[in-house]
Design a binder for this molecule. Structure first.
Ligand code: ACM
Length: 688
């Protein structure tokens, strides 16, 4: 009798049976089966680890317990897990057959079996087990009083072996805590590569002991010490993440040449009309750290032995800081202007039978390969490194697309057909503020390309790219997340997991949980808005940000000179993101109303207009003591004016001629104010 009571009580406390559709898992696992019943959490919940895992599992499990503690407030008795088989009768049993190796092609699969009294997590390596723990955290459910896991079985493995994020720390330097919290978030999304873009025109970010001029002259004092880099590599390793460093050469060379102008390609004309070349040592050009955004001409001299000597010494210092097997040498956007203008380089081309600058660049690239190989590193570069003489060992990073006047994904197909391994970034440029669906539906495996199985196997995966011309430590998380979670799903989950609405629903939860790891994508919006509001109430700014999106593509910062690399980005556009919250909701309300003009459906549309009229009034009042609000007012007025008239239209009371109404709506289609656009314009148009 007593037993029956306990069972009934447990059943009630666990709440209704969880359905698969309710789970907020991301990336969605390969296989999920839900069964009846729940595993209820309490203070005695303990974890035991067996097998032969890498010791990184101990920290991983300890962090898992603390995150579960944080979510549930239970505060488990078990503290730090330090060795195998500490608690043989623990409720969560983790077994790993072997120590996981950080890098490509490792077995990252796991099997999670949640029974009502026991949870088993089996994985071939600790890397799989870490993924399984992330899934288990995402499986957490609650009723009004308690937390539980639904009885279920999940077996899971990644679709692609390269699931990365690139972070540019040259344009706007990103301190260590930014890097670390994003590595945590990558691990939470089962991603496994952090590509660290450390050198570009706008700064050199690595301490160099033998060549201190790099940081003395070309970093503005913002760089990582070698100890800090080693610490981050270890931090990433403990979370199953491979770090791929990038030093971008031979183009994007302003910072390098600011420190070492003697290896530059520029020919300078001395006053008096004589033309001198830097190789003669008589007239070395000077360079400066670039402050603007764009493509610039400073380029390393591929004909100068000193170039290779310096790079070799750089790699000798930098390679040992990184434990991974890959090194990215950039290679993008070298326009060759300074090469064309340098007679010595032209002679060099002739002598080596190099017909084009592209061939000359491959000559340069192939000099670097053995310097890296010496340290066990394989060379990777942006797609421009690909010419007929490039070694098949090089990995080609596909990035150009329609924005660069190229068909999307063409270089990826070219590369695999020619026998190169490749990683896709075209379509994953998260800095460009495109909507999440565009990234989510961008698959590394090209449709209709007719690839053989070997060619398909050479598509390693993909990488979100976070360039930081327009992002600071305050805003970078909101540019990376939550969209990178959708990219993570594309790279991990089955090819047919493509339901955007379902992804959006799950992401609501996944996005909020990233805060637990210190990701600031949600909270920093208020930080920026408070600065704009001059510490007044931010409500109307917040509401207006829900219909405003930063300008997309390369339309913000026209010409690359409106803002500089030291610009803090504390403007309204920086508080806004793609996929503005109210845009979808408004569009749905408009569609419903147009399909059925019921009073209820009309009221939903009216509520938006009423809100936007109030928002404009609120912003106007705010602006009395907040100069930073002023640039937004012309835009909020346009939405206000359209809203007022459309309210009349809905009530059949508008006296405006159709052409004038159209004009009023068209005013909302503008990119002229505060670097943002109104995300509701297309939906407004549907109403006339
Ligand atoms: C690139 O975006 N220049 C690789």
């Amino acid at each position: 009798m007593k037993y029956l009571f306990v069972l009934l009580f447990a059943g009630i406390s666990a709440g209704a049976q969880v359905q698969k559709e309710q789970l907020n898992l991301m990336p969605w696992p390969q296989n999920v089966v839900i069964n009846d019943g729940n595993f209820n959490l309490n203070k005695n919940f303990k974890v035991n680890i067996t097998g032969n895992p890498n010791p990184r599992i101990f920290g991983g499990v300890t962090r898992f317990l603390r995150r579960l503690d944080g979510r549930t407030g239970i505060f488990f008795e078990q503290g730090f897990i330090e060795k195998l088989n500490e608690v043989p009768n623990a409720e969560l049993q983790i077994n790993c057959t072997k120590s996981g190796k950080i890098g490509l092609y490792e077995d990252e699969s796991y099997h999670l079996d949640i029974a009502s009294n026991k949870i088993t997590l089996n994985a071939s390596s600790d890397l799989g087990a870490l993924h399984g723990l992330e899934t288990l955290l995402q499986m957490l459910q609650n009723n009004s009083k308690s937390f539980y896991f639904p009885v279920s079985k999940i077996s899971d493995f990644p679709r692609f072996t390269w699931r990365g994020l690139m972070m540019d720390v040259s344009r706007h330097f990103q301190p260590i805590d930014v890097v670390k919290r994003n590595i945590d978030a990558l691990a939470a999304m089962k991603m496994n590569v952090f590509h660290w873009h450390l050198v570009d025109d706008q700064g050199w970010r690595i301490e160099m002991k033998k060549h201190p001029k790099f940081t003395q002259l070309a970093s503005d004092g913002m760089y990582y010490t070698q100890e800090e880099i080693k610490n981050i590599v270890k931090y990433a390793d403990e979370r199953g993440i491979l770090i791929v460093p990038e030093i971008d050469v031979p183009g994007h060379g302003s910072a390098i040449l600011t420190a070492y102008p003697e290896i530059g390609s520029k020919v300078i004309t001395l006053t008096g009309g004589t033309s001198e070349k830097n190789i003669q040592g008589t007239a070395i050009a000077t360079y400066g750290i670039e402050r603007n955004a764009g493509i610039f001409s400073p380029t390393l001299d591929p004909s100068n032995p000193k170039t290779y000597q310096l790079l070799s010494e750089v790699f000798d210092e930098v390679c040992p800081l990184f434990s991974g097997a890959y090194f990215h040498i950039g290679g993008d956007e070298n326009e060759g202007k300074d090469w064309d203008a340098n007679p010595k380089i032209q002679e060099f081309k002739k002598k080596h039978n190099l017909k084009t600058n592209h061939e000359l660049q491959t000559y340069f690239t192939m000099q670097l390969a053995p310097m890296l190989k010496k340290h066990g590193k394989q060379l990777m570069g942006w797609e421009e490194i690909l010419t007929k003489d490039l070694s098949k060992e090089a990995i080609v990073h596909s990035w150009r697309g329609p924005n660069e006047g190229m068909p999307a994904g063409q270089s990826l197909v070219d590369a695999v057909k020619k026998g190169y391994k490749t990683v896709l970034s075209n379509g994953y440029y998260i800095d460009l503020m495109y909507p999440i669906a565009s990234h989510y539906l961008n698959d590394p495996m090209p449709k209709g390309a007719n690839l053989t199985n070997d060619e398909k196997a050479r598509i390693l995966g993909g990488e979100a790219t976070m360039w930081t011309e327009l992002a600071t430590p305050t805003t970078i998380d909101s540019r990376i997340w939550p969209r990178t979670a959708a990219i993570a799903e594309r790279l991990w989950s089955a090819e047919d997991v493509v339901d955007v609405e379902n992804m959006r629903k799950r992401l609501e939860n996944i996005s909020f949980r990233l805060e637990e790891l210190g990701i600031t994508h949600i909270r920093n919006k208020d930080v920026i808005l408070r600065n704009i509001a001059n510490n007044q109430d931010i409500k109307s700014l917040e509401e207006f940000s829900n219909v405003s999106e930063p300008l997309k593509g390369y339309t913000r910062n026209k010409g690359g000179t409106e803002y500089q690399m030291y610009s803090p980005f504390t403007l309204f556009a920086d508080a806004c993101g793609p996929d503005a919250k109210d845009a979808l909701a408004f569009d749905a309300a408009v569609s419903q109303y147009l399909a059925n003009k019921s009073a209820d459906n009309k009221a939903k549309v009216v509520a938006f207009f009423t809100k936007w009229i109030a928002v404009h009034k609120g912003l106007t009042e705010l602006s009395n003591n907040a100069p930073l609000v002023q640039p937004i007012l012309p835009l909020s007025k346009k939405l206000n004016d359209a809203s007022q008239e459309l309210l009349l239209v809905l009530d059949n009371k508008s006296t405006l001629a159709p052409a004038d109404l159209k004009k009023l709506i068209e005013q909302c289609n503008t990119k002229d104010h505060a670097d943002v656009e109104l995300s509701v314009y297309e939906s407004l148009k549907k109403l006339i």
